[in-house]
Design a protein around this ligand. Structure first.
Ligand code: 13P
Length: 340
């Protein structure tokens, strides 16, 4: 295992205050988002949408890496240029989602475990040949009455660590994503408590599986109130709780933390990331970056609606969100950026 090379890739992904663009929605998830906007759920529509994303001008100024999906990594622009080549030429490192989804955890009603370890070594070798230099695996943890259980947290953390070890052996930087879901009416304290427990277990398992922390990226949730709570916490409350939780649990050897957006609005995700960087940068051992899917893509998708004529406006919206999040890494984002 070449740790130095992994370390260099991890650093490059977040260099110059860039972040990651998650464009790795599985076909069912992508189809669901298309259906909500009346976009046809076809291979060609998904390809056209991903072409829109990878050909967005200047995207490489703000995005250091793009996470693709098995279908997408094999696709091309309409002129035949592979997406991988387009990304590399734009200065964006290609990555790949390698988990095979969260499935019901036997014996634990309402809880899930992410599958995909079987055959992973061979799939990683293939993705590496195709040009991927990093990979992603997402575990989902639900909060509700008596949930999450220790068994669910341990099973997911161990799978994340086994995946991360296999990635590093294949020369790919693992993006380790333990997502505590926002669904529910839980308090901020409860989200803090669960996120802390999950991250402690994840880093224990990463250590047990001999994962080099210098050559990975953590992709956690922010510490937020449950989605169905009636009041909303302030931006600073989220920033304070999230940073406090991460300082307690994430070793300083990890080069970067790149948040998922998890269903927050695009503006809130930027504002919260900004507040963390603005208030705490001098105290943080790791870069605080982003690896958003919805919080970068959603406004663009809503403008595109599957129509060729809307492509330029959608590209502009995508670049705008990427730029806002780069500004948030610098603590330079403000609501004024939204009134273009
Ligand atoms: P969201 O930013 O939409 O939560 O997606 C991030 C992601 O990659 C989920 O696995």
């Amino acid at each position: 295992m070449n740790v130095q090379q992994l370390e260099e890739t991890a650093q490059a992904l977040v260099a110059e205050d860039k972040g990651l663009l998650a464009m790795d929605e599985s076909n069912p998830t992508c189809n669901k988002r298309f259906a909500q906007l009346g976009i046809p759920q076809t291979v060609e529509a998904r390809r056209a949408y991903r072409e829109l994303i990878v050909t967005t001008p200047r995207l490489g100024e703000c995005i250091g890496g793009a996470i693709l999906y098995d279908e997408t990594i094999r696709q091309q622009k309409s002129d035949g240029t592979p997406f991988i080549k387009v990304l590399i030429e734009a200065g964006i490192i290609p990555g790949i989602k390698v988990d095979q989804g969260a499935k019901s955890l036997a014996g634990f009603p309402g809880e899930k475990v992410t599958e995909g370890l079987d055959g992973l070594r061979d799939r990683l070798a293939e993705y590496s040949r195709l040009g991927a230099r990093f990979a992603k695996w997402r575990a989902v943890i639900t909060i509700s009455e008596g949930v999450p259980s220790r068994g669910c947290i341990a099973a997911n953390a161990q799978a994340l660590a086994r995946y991360a070890a296999l990635c590093q052996q294949a020369g790919l930087v693992p993006v380790v994503e333990p997502e505590v879901l926002m669904d529910g009416d839980h308090t901020l304290d409860r989200c803090f408590e669960v996120t802390e427990e999950v991250l402690r277990e994840v880093f224990f398992q990463l250590y047990s599986q001999r994962v080099a922390l210098e050559g990975m990226i953590l992709k956690p949730n922010m510490v937020v109130l449950g989605l169905s709570c009636l009041h909303q916490e302030s931006v600073d409350e989220v920033a304070d709780a999230t940073v406090k939780c991460l300082l307690r649990t994430v070793p300083a050897a990890v080069p970067a933390i790149a948040f998922l957006s998890g269903g927050q609005s695009a503006e809130l995700a930027s504002a919260r990331l900004n507040a963390m960087n603005l208030r705490f940068t001098s105290r943080l051992p790791w870069a605080l970056a982003f690896s958003f899917a919805r919080a970068i893509q959603q406004p663009a998708l809503e403008l595109w609606k599957g129509h060729e004529a809307n492509v330029p406006a959608a590209k502009q919206a995508l670049f705008h969100r990427a730029r806002c999040n780069q500004a948030a890494r610098r603590g330079e984002y403000s609501a004024a950026m939204e009134t273009r």
